[in-house]
Design a protein around this ligand. Structure first.
Ligand code: DGJ
Length: 737
């Protein structure tokens, strides 16, 4: 049993293989947090963990309970207005305008499963991996509204999934102004906050800062989870490293506006909140309706940050990613975007396709520009019909030729967008998001469709389905290249406009849901100018994501290393592109570009018709090598070893190890080559200490212990005349004998 309830039914102890999460009913009948951390034995009560002492200057709940001071109590889902001045987990406005709530415990329900949520991407337990769900119901004495706090326990990945459901069984509407997915009240503030931030082309760089008094947060108000801040966060003890120490990981199964905050109050406690951003949000909880928050994933380990990433990644693979693709090897693709941009026609594409076929590449992806009369980024978004001048015999004629070569085919869409120069805009100007009296702010010459409207989702589902039927495509790259401005829906009432941001993302999920249900064999890759919507909501529908538009191998070290904290490598699209690199002009070798891109879902994004025979031969060998080790690269356990965010960042190394520890491949990347340098050794991780291994097929045998504890000697790079020895990469293939 993962969930134990004491005989008085007042304490709920949720246990995973290595963690405990304990909740109790407090003297005021609200729900209190007792403990979250390393697994501890079950007891009937935990007075030591909730000990209280009266403090001055802060309200008490009641004269009879002088030491029950809301600001000092650890709670599960706090309201505002009853003496707890920290940011609340939820806020309701009553019909009379009061924002006070008094939710009290009613009952609980326990089930031996984990059901999906309706209309939202969510976790599941299809493989019957011992998940259990606890729902604790509270009722507001003031309005009669019900609050269901949901906890799903996934014991084997040390994950607890939380969400809240608000239900209004009364005849009167109330407004939900704030509704986070989860709250965690940690008893002290001795933590580092690890966040993954950046911007377009430098997504998810790691920032690690000590918590300070006050509120600190990462958030998005862009209508998407964003490239600037990612909803994934870690809280780690300052001494925690990759391989040891305590850390919590929190993430949100959501792709829209979010807020993850940590508030350190005057008593040095840390309140963590994760969920929908309360700014640009309010929900009319009309009679007989419910509101469901997205799910928050919580995980804890005392074995370091790398373990935390691995257990969360393992959890997503088993309980979040579309099961059909979770373990399915992903195709090596070639994408024509950086090869041709908009300048292509069927004949030009077919030369690339044939060449790619000769190189052993599995799939051709036709990117932006195949529809309407799109020859640049000013037109045709929304008109999902063949660009006739580019495909005079029809798009399906081209697609049939790709399939005839026994290659898979992928197609780019940007479903949520519309160009003003489009038949769709001319027919339905009111389908755009935008205040009718304001001047709409363009971005990349395009505007956002109102995905909260069913007619918009119906139109897109119909158009995209027709293209899938005609082309029999195998993969869709779903792009999204701008964020929402002038948020206003022509269809929503004035009092419901603050529902738009959430309704928008529900519409996106509805479209994904319809398409993935109707075409279960089509692999989706989510994209948002690269990594602008790299989140767990997307991952539920699209098992892989385009990690960043920045394809420079050196830049990718930080981007992929940072991303690996929160997301498994099978989610990361990683392409070899041309040099000088399109984004920063850097020249790196094909070897280095390949050695970085191997640690993700490999693709090529360059004009292979312009390459030398030697370069083509090298690509052919890279593709064959990746095919040979593909399960290891995509699904092996990922180890971060040398961080590009550490010291001068000159060295990065990482590796993947097979679950049975029989094989591992490690990548080592050096930016600048220094002459007369100190001796260097590559340390490996994840091997079986007792087994014997070879390195790169050499004759010498090494124990796992030797390779992990003493490392492997790495000779310095000798410059070769005429070639740069900077930006080098080495791979170490470690195999058990
Ligand atoms: C942004 C994407 O990230 C690129 O890969 C490419 O698909 C372009 N959009 C096309 O407009």
């Amino acid at each position: 049993m993962s969930i134990t309830i004491n005989p008085a039914a007042t304490v709920f102890h949720l246990q995973t293989d290595h963690t405990s999460y304990i909740v109790e009913i407090l003297p005021n009948q609200t729900l209190g947090q007792v403990y979250y951390g390393d697994r501890i034995p079950v007891k009937d009560a935990y007075p030591n963990l909730t000990a209280r002492e009266e403090r001055g200057g802060t309200p008490t709940w009641h004269d009879d309970l002088p030491d029950f001071q809301p600001e000092l109590v650890k709670t599960e889902y706090a309201s505002f207005g009853k003496g707890d001045y920290r940011y609340p987990a939820f806020q309701l406005t009553q019909p009379n305008g009061s924002r006070v709530s008094e939710f009290v415990y009613q009952n609980y329900q326990l089930t031996a499963d984990k059901q999906r949520l309706p209309k939202l991407p969510s976790t599941f337990d299809d493989t019957q991996d011992d998940a259990q769900t606890l729902t604790i119901t509270l009722k507001d004495r003031l309005t009669g509204v019900l609050q269901h706090l949901n906890y799903a326990v996934f014991p084997h990945q040390d994950v607890i999934v939380r969400s809240a459901t608000f239900e209004n069984p009364t005849a009167t509407a109330v407004t939900l102004n704030t509704a986070y997915s989860a709250q965690l009240d940690l008893p002290d503030d001795r933590y580092d906050f690890l966040q993954f931030a950046g911007d377009w082309a430098r997504e998810r760089h790691l920032y690690r800062n000590r918590l300070r008094p006050g509120s600190q947060s990462i958030a998005s108000l862009r209508g998407a989870s964003s490239a600037q801040e990612n909803p994934f966060m870690m809280l780690a003890r300052p001494e925690t490293t990759e391989t040891q120490g305590s850390a919590y990981g929190l993430n949100l199964v959501y792709s829209g506006n979010f807020n993850d905050s940590v508030e350190v109050n005057q008593f040095a406690t840390s309140r963590v909140l994760i969920g929908i951003n309360p700014t640009e949000f309010a929900w009319n909880l009309v009679p007989e309706s419910t509101f469901q928050t997205p799910e928050a994933i919580l995980s804890y380990t005392s074995a370091g940050l790398n373990q935390l990433s691995q257990q969360m990644g393992d959890f997503y693979q088993h309980h979040l990613v579309n099961s059909k693709f979770a373990n399915q090897e992903r195709p090596v693709l070639i994408n024509n975007w950086e090869a041709t941009y908009f300048d292509f026609d069927e004949a030009k594409l077919m030369t690339i396709v044939r060449q790619a076929h000769d190189l052993g590449i599995d799939m051709f992806v036709l990117d932006d520009g195949w529809f309407g009369h799109r020859n640049d980024d000013t037109t045709s978004l929304g008109d999902w019909v063949t660009n006739q001048p580019k495909f005079p015999q029809g798009l399906s004629h081209f697609c049939d030729q790709v399939h005839a070569l026994d290659m898979q085919l992928g197609l780019w869409f940007e479903p949520e967008m519309v160009s003003k120069d489009s038949d769709l805009y001319r027919a339905h100007p009111d389908w755009l998001i935008g205040d009718p009296h304001a001047e709409l702010t363009p971005s990349r010459h395009q505007f956002v469709l109102d995905m909260s409207r069913k007619d918009v989702v119906d139109y897109l589902a119909q158009r995209i389905s027709q293209i899938i039927d005609e082309t029999h495509l195998d993969y869709i790259k779903w792009d999204m290249n701008r964020n929402i401005t002038e948020a206003f829906s022509h269809q929503l009432e004035a009092t419901s406009q603050l529902e738009l941001a959430h309704r928008y993302i529900l519409g996106v999920y509805d479209l994904y849901d319809r398409l993935t249900q109707a075409y279960p064999d089509v692999l989706f890759e989510s994209c948002a100018s690269g990594g602008g919507r790299f989140d767990l909501g997307m991952m539920y529908y699209a098992p892989q994501a385009w990690t960043s538009d920045d394809t420079d191998a050196v830049e990718r070290l930080k981007i992929q290393y940072g991303t690996s904290y929160g997301y498994p490598q099978a989610m990361m699209g990683a392409h070899v592109s041309a040099v000088p690199n399109e984004q920063n002009g850097r020249i790196t070798s094909l070897t280095t570009r390949g050695a970085v891109a191997f640690f993700g879902d490999l693709g090529y994004e360059l004009d292979i018709t312009q390459m030398t025979p030697d370069e083509l031969q090298q690509i052919k060998e890279q593709v064959a090598f990746y095919h040979q080790y593909r399960p290891l690269f995509q699904f092996g356990k990922f180890y971060r070893i040398d961080s590009p965010f550490a010291s001068d960042g000159n060295l990065t190394s990482w590796g993947v190890v097979a679950p049975d520890q029989s094989q591992g491949i490690f990548g080592r990347y050096q930016l600048l080559n220094h002459p007369n340098a100190p001796y260097q050794r590559q340390f490996f991780q994840g091997l079986d200490p007792k087994r014997q291994y070879t390195v790169n097929g050499g004759a010498e045998h090494f124990s796992g212990t030797e390779l992990m504890a003493a490392g492997y000697f790495v000779p310095s790079l000798k410059p070769v005349k005429g070639y740069s020895s900077d930006f080098s990469a080495q791979l170490f293939i470690v195999e058990a004998v």
